[in-house]
Design a protein around this ligand. Structure first.
Ligand code: ADP
Ligand code: MG
Length: 236
């Protein structure tokens, strides 16, 4: 079968979470936020996570993105176990293998769209000209070639999110973690953004884990999971 939603990449596992538990201190007690969450994401796969506000979706993405550490359980990124890694090694793996898109774009207001997209490569020590060439290609890929010199304040909400997506893609991550990337957009712009994510997933082959409130958008992904009070359904 070769419909648009078929995963045709290899079955390499890019993210593997096992029995993740996370508890936060809350006043006098400790509140469990994630309970025994298992998840495997394969190369080229697009997974959508839906669930009520406060159910633990962002907490899970932080753990998958090595921005937070579980109380128990483990996360492998691009085949590498992360248990016991130093903060520097976690950062290195994060920068090499993962991209992030958030509900709010977090672009640097004093830099052009082009420089925002080039930034992850420049920070990593790539020559500026090469970083900018890569950024130009990615901006073209998200349909913003004509906006390269614009500053974030001169762009629409949808355009800013597309710049943020280009920035997440510029270092060619194996997997992009997107936390409500369409949450701040009107319905039509949200749909266009989600379709762009699908298009990038198909053409560039990165895996995506996307948190969304919108079941109609989630239905476009290869796989839909629901977070309910810290548990992921169906368990996988
Ligand atoms: P979602 O993204 O599904 O809305 P979150 O993962 O942000 O949910 O939050 C899940 C639960 O964990 C919520 O009850 C929230 O209040 C709590 N929580 C999240 N982050 C923290 C934190 N840093 N400290 C204490 N509680 C937190
Ligand atoms: Mg959240």
């Amino acid at each position: 079968m070769t419909d648009a939603r078929t995963v045709n990449s290899s079955r390499t596992v890019v993210l593997h979470a096992r029995r993740l538990c996370r508890t936060y201190d809350e006043g006098a007690g400790r509140v469990p936020v994630l309970q025994d969450v298992n998840l495997q994401v394969h190369a080229g796969e697009m997974v959508a996570i839906v669930g009520a506000s406060g159910s633990g979706k962002s907490t899970l993405l932080h753990l998958l993105g090595l921005l937070d550490v579980p109380d128990s359980g483990s996360v492998d990124v691009a085949g590498q176990p992360t248990d016991g890694l130093s903060e520097a090694a976690r950062s290195h793996l994060r920068n090499r293998a993962l991209g992030f898109v958030y509900q709010f774009h977090h672009l640097l207001p004093e830099f052009s769209a082009l420089d925002n997209v080039a930034m992850p490569l420049i920070v990593r020590g790539q020559p500026r000209a090469r970083a900018r060439a890569a950024a130009e290609r990615l901006l073209a890929r998200v349909g913003l070639q004509q906006r390269a010199g614009h500053f974030p304040g001169q762009l629409s909400g949808g355009e800013r999110q597309r710049v943020a997506l280009a920035r997440a893609l510029v270092a060619e991550p194996a997997c992009v973690l997107a936390d409500e990337p369409t949450g701040n957009l009107d319905r039509e712009t949200a749909r266009a953004m989600f379709e762009l994510l699908l298009d990038i997933n198909r053409s560039l082959g990165m895996a995506f884990v996307i948190v969304t409130h919108d079941p109609a958008l989630a239905a476009l992904a290869h796989r839909q999971l629901t977070m309910d009070a810290g548990r992921l359904d169906p368990a996988c």
